[in-house]
Design a protein around this ligand. Structure first.
Ligand code: HPA
Length: 263
């Protein structure tokens, strides 16, 4: 049985464990950005392993739990730890938080990730609001889905304005999705720059695609954790992701709280 067949069982289990119906927001916390969960009031931490049919994440920097609680009285659900294609999950497993948002009728979805900068004007620690996406592998969406148009452009200006109100400067750009888990080659990054990509990463696009298909209001933010392969001479490693995230975790958490309340 594929994942959608299990959604009812998953939802029933979540409601039984105290997850709010009709939350204000579902938030997916990217690598190193889990500290947002410190701001969640009246929180309950639910390990993925205690939820039926939930995949088990195996990535360093991801805790693998769902946190339910409130931000200034707004009920929210945060996924600390996500499901990547490179871990062997299906497209539908990678988009699981989106189906949960849909079935619980969340007002909005806030997606975050760590990404490598392809755009040479970007710096490590920048926050980029994702305006558009590219799929290196065009066949990520399984057969049998209805047709839809990617439509998240509509919220980009508002997300950036809300950030500016907090004094947080943001970038705006196109995120190219690679399957990973290996980093890209220099030649690939050069090619991606030529076709117009600003940042590269191994997540988010399946989630954005399903959110667009299901018509969920969505903000997506990349934390630039490193310059992509060949932009600088440095070797790429996962520690950079955590270091860059540490630098910006307060701004990131403030922005997410603002989006929960005002987007
Ligand atoms: N490439 C792919 N994914 C990433 C990177 C990168 O440079 N940085 C963080 N996630």
């Amino acid at each position: 049985m594929s994942l959608p067949d299990h959604l009812e069982e998953i939802t029933a289990s979540l409601l039984e464990k105290g997850v709010a119906e009709a939350p204000e927001a579902v938030i997916i916390l990217g690598s190193g950005l889990g500290s947002f969960s410190n701001y969640i009031e009246n929180s309950t931490h639910i390990p993925y392993s205690s939820i039926p049919h939930f995949p088990a994440t195996s990535v360093q920097g991801h805790s693998g739990e769902l946190i339910t609680g409130e931000i200034e009285g707004h009920p929210i659900i945060a996924f600390s730890g996500r499901f990547h294609h490179y871990e062997g999950f299906t497209f539908e497993q990678t988009a699981l938080p989106v189906y949960v948002a849909d079935i619980l009728e969340a007002e909005k979805l806030i997606i975050s990730n760590a990404a490598g900068a392809i755009n040479t004007a970007f710096n490590v620690g920048d926050l980029m609001v994702i305006e558009d996406v590219m799929r290196q592998n065009f066949r990520i969406t399984p057969r049998g889905k209805s047709r839809f148009r990617y439509s998240h452009y509509q919220w980009v200006d508002t997300v950036r304005e809300l950030a500016a109100k907090l004094g947080i400067a943001t970038r705006q750009g196109t995120y190219i999705y690679v399957k990973g888990p290996n980093y890209e080659t220099k030649a690939e990054i050069q090619a991606f720059r030529t076709i117009g990509a600003d940042a590269v990463g191994m997540s988010t696009v399946p989630e954005l695609m399903e959110a667009a298909r299901l018509g969920i209001k969505t903000a997506a933010i990349s934390l630039i954790s490193n310059m992509a392969a060949g932009v600088t001479d440095g070797k790429l490693n996962h520690d950079e992701v955590t270091e860059a995230a540490d630098l910006r975790k307060d701004d990131f958490s403030n922005l997410v709280q603002k989006l929960i309340k005002e987007l």
